[in-house]
Design a protein around this ligand. Structure first.
Ligand code: 5GP
Ligand code: ZN
Length: 112
């Protein structure tokens, strides 16, 4: 069994578990976080399974750069192009889903 056989975000990217789509293309899926921390809180994932951003960056930096561009376009549409991008990496850093995801936090002024 590969890591992706039992992965929540693989299932979301495949449409097997419902989510609120914000953006999608062949390689990338963006959807609303179920428990938003800011007015606009979107998760961007590659459709291909990687456990974390370091693995993604090593294997496919172009995909990582594309995710940053998707984040920029979400912020352009929702909050004059300004946003915070977070990749929690490891359990002790707050990662709870081990399929790499960029948190796009925007839609309001973030002070800290
Ligand atoms: P992490 O803690 O791994 O950095 O972030 C996981 C994020 O996924 C959390 O912000 C959490 O609210 C979100 N999340 C967990 N399960 C689901 C789900 O089933 N649907 C959606 N849309 N978001 C989820
Ligand atoms: Zn996965």
């Amino acid at each position: 069994m590969s890591a992706s056989d039992d992965c929540l975000f693989c299932a979301i990217a495949a449409g097997q578990i419902p989510s609120e789509t914000v953006y999608e293309d062949e390689t990338t899926y963006a959807f609303k976080d179920i428990n938003p921390k800011t007015k606009v809180h979107v998760l961007i994932i590659p459709r291909k399974h990687y456990a974390n951003v370091a693995e993604l960056a090593e294997d496919d930096p172009t995909q990582l750069a594309h995710m940053v561009a998707v984040a920029q376009s979400i912020a352009d549409k929702t909050f004059h192009g300004e946003f915070r991008l977070e990749f929690n990496t490891g359990r002790d850093a707050g990662q709870s889903v081990f399929h790499v995801h960029a948190h796009v936090l925007t839609g309001e002024v973030l002070s800290e």
